[in-house]
Design a protein. Structure first.
Length: 160
């Protein structure tokens, strides 16, 4: 099963869903496709689309998914890679009115560089990313909060 996560951003990301629909029609994406669309309004015969899903149901879908395709939101990416899933992330772009700026490009680039995900620049790269995902082994994600703990410890020492 392929899970598509568009987060809860109040901007449309139909551009990604159109490309996924196209790849289903081309038989590049096979099997069930479930979409958490948020505020994106899109209709498709090829996908099961939900606006917003209760958190426990979304977590269950993430666990069952063989591949997760997501927007470039940190929450969607981290919650997927924590489960060891293969993730393809596509940034929302300001020039398409999908977000207020292009910060998701940097997020996707950073997680891609670290080997956690397959990050792509644009939806036109999705077909190639799906082919790469077949052999992709994501690097295990480990929370590293040591820097934050050091900042807190230093702050506490200063006020004592």
């Amino acid at each position: 099963m392929v899970l598509v996560m568009l987060g809860t951003q109040n901007n449309d990301f139909s551009r990604l869903l159109k490309e996924i629909d196209n790849l289903i029609d081309k038989n590049i994406i096979k099997g069930e496709v479930v979409v958490q669309a948020g505020y994106t309004k899109y209709e498709s015969e090829n996908m099961k689309i939900f606006d917003l899903i209760q958190k426990d149901k979304l977590l269950s879908l993430q666990q069952k998914a063989d591949l997760i395709i997501t927007h470039g939101g940190v929450g969607s990416i981290i919650s997927s890679i924590e489960k060891g899933k293969k993730v393809i992330a596509v940034p929302r772009k300001h020039e398409y009115q999908e977000h207020v700026n292009n910060h998701q490009e940097e997020i996707v680039h950073t997680f891609n560089e670290k080997g956690y995900i397959i990050g792509i620049e644009d939806v036109k790269d999705l077909e190639n990313a799906i082919m790469r995902a077949k052999d992709f082994i994501p690097k295990k994600y480990i929370h590293d909060n040591t820097r934050m703990l050091k900042i807190i410890e230093d702050f506490i020492e200063k006020i004592e």
